[in-house]
Design a protein around this ligand. Structure first.
Ligand code: KG4
Ligand code: ZN
Length: 351
C-alpha cells in the first residue's frame, strides 16, 4: 500500500498554481526550471461584459463552477495523473483581488495540498506578474540578467514602477495616486461605448485613429515616478462633450498615446534612477502593442534589453503564480494553511 508520503518521494519538481483573483479561472503546472508544462485559463469576459465590468458575485460563482474542469485540464495537459500527480507543492493567489474570488482558488489549493500531503504556497498576485516577465526569458537560470530590472507593472487594479533587484527583491519606485492604467482603459472604453475589457477595445479602435488628434494631459510627467490617470479620463470626457464630431478612433488613439507617453517616461526615469540593466512590462496593459513597441524603442535608445512577456503571460494566468511559488518555496518555505485571502495584500518590499 502506498501512503501519502510517497507523493513526495515521487516528486517531479513540478508545482501546480491556481489563480482566481479576478475574472480568469486559471491553473498551470510549471517545472523547477521554469518550463510551463500546462497553462489553462478560462476567461469570464462574456459573463461580465453585459455589466461593463467585473461583478464580484458572478466572478466567485463562475470560479466555483469552472475550477474543477480547469484543474483537470492543467494536470492532464502536464501529463499528470489527477488523483496522484506527484507535485512539489500546490500554490494559489492569496491577494490582492476580489475576496470572494480569491477564496475559491485558495481553499481549493489548501484542500489539494492536504489531500496530496504536499506543501501549500500562498502567492501575491503582483509578485506573480513580476515572475511572468522572467518566466519566458530566463527559464529558471536568471544569472544572465543584469539586475536591477525596472518593471512597469500595469494592470486593471495596479500601476507600479518597481525596481527588481532579483527574484523576491523589490523596491517600489512609484505608483499611481488614483486610477490604475488598465482601469483608465476600461473607464474610457465604457464611456466611448467600446465595451469591456477596455484595453483591447481601445487598442483596436486606436488602430484607425490619429494619436495627435487630441493633446490629452500627461499627468506628473515632469518629475518623480508616481503616476496619475484619473485626470486623463476626465479630460477625455470633456473633450468628447465639447467635440461631439470627434471619432472614437481619434479619441482612443489620443488617449492611448497619453498613457504610453507617461508609462514610458516613468519607466525610463526609473532606469536612470537605479542604473537598471533591463526594462520589463508586466500586467494586463502590457499586452498593448503600441506600448510594447514604445518601451522597446526606449530600451534600444538606452542600450538595455527589454523583456516583454508574451500576451498570454501579461494577462492573468496561473503559470506566473506557480513560478513565483517555486522561488518562494525554495527561499522562504511553505505557507501556513491558515493564510487568509487578503484583498489588499501588498508587494513584499526590501526594507
Ligand atoms: O493583469 P490583468 O489581466 O488583471 C488584473 O490583475 O487587473 O489586467 C487586466 C487589465 C484590464 O484593465 C484590461 O483592460 C487591460 O488589462 N488590458 C489592456 C490590454 N489587454 C488587457 N490594456 C491595454 N491594451 C491591451 N491590449
Ligand atoms: Zn493581474
Amino acid at each position: 500500500m502506498t501512503g501519502p508520503a510517497d507523493n513526495r518521494s515521487g516528486a517531479t519538481g513540478l508545482i501546480l498554481g491556481i489563480e482566481t483573483s479576478c475574472d480568469e479561472t486559471a491553473a498551470a503546472v510549471v517545472s523547477a526550471r521554469g518550463e510551463i508544462r500546462s497553462s489553462v485559463v478560462s476567461s469570464q469576459i462574456d459573463l461580465h461584459a453585459a455589466y461593463g465590468g467585473v461583478v464580484p458575485e458572478i466572478a466567485g460563482r463562475a470560479h466555483l463552477e469552472m475550477l474543477p474542469a480547469v484543474l483537470a485540464a492543467a494536470l492532464e495537459g502536464a501529463g499528470l495523473v489527477p488523483r496522484r500527480p506527484g507535485l512539489d507543492a500546490v500554490a494559489a493567489t492569496s491577494g490582492p483581488g476580489l475576496v470572494g474570488a480569491l477564496l475559491i482558488g485558495l481553499s481549493e489549493a489548501k484542500a489539494l495540498a492536504l489531500a496530496w500531503d504536499v506543501p501549500f504556497v500562498a502567492v501575491n498576485h503582483l509578485e506573480g506578474h513580476l515572475f511572468a516577465t522572467l518566466l519566458e526569458h530566463a527559464h529558471g537560470d536568471r544569472a544572465g540578467l543584469d539586475w536591477p530590472l525596472v518593471v512597469a507593472l500595469v494592470s486593471g487594479g495596479h500601476s507600479l514602477i518597481v525596481s527588481m533587484e532579483g527574484p523576491g527583491r523589490y523596491r517600489l519606485l512609484g505608483q499611481t495616486v488614483d486610477d490604475a492604467a488598465g482601469e483608465a482603459f476600461d473607464k474610457v472604453s465604457r464611456f466611448l461605448g467600446l465595451g469591456y475589457p477596455g484595453g483591447p477595445a481601445i487598442e483596436k479602435a486606436a488602430l484607425a485613429g490619429d494619436p495627435t488628434a487630441f493633446r490629452f494631459p500627461r499627468a506628473m510627467l515632469a518629475d518623480g515616478l508616481d503616476l496619475s490617470f484619473s485626470g486623463l479620463k476626465t479630460a477625455v470626457v470633456r473633450a468628447v462633450q465639447s467635440h461631439p464630431e470627434a471619432t472614437n478612433e481619434d479619441v482612443a488613439a489620443s488617449f492611448q498615446q497619453a498613457v504610453i507617453d507617461v508609462l514610458v517616461t516613468k519607466a525610463v526615469r526609473g532606469v536612470e534612477a537605479v542604473g537598471a540593466g533591463g526594462l520589463c512590462l508586466a500586467g494586463g496593459v502590457a499586452a498593448n502593442g503600441p506600448l510594447r513597441a514604445a518601451l522597446q524603442s526606449a530600451g534600444d535608445e538606452l542600450g538595455i534589453p527589454v523583456y516583454l512577456p508574451s500576451r498570454a503571460m501579461c494577462t492573468d494566468n496561473a503559470a506566473m503564480i506557480a513560478a513565483a511559488a517555486r522561488w518562494q518555496l525554495d527561499n522562504l518555505g511553505p505557507s501556513p494553511l491558515a493564510t487568509p485571502a487578503d484583498p489588499n495584500l501588498r508587494l513584499r518590499l526590501l526594507a
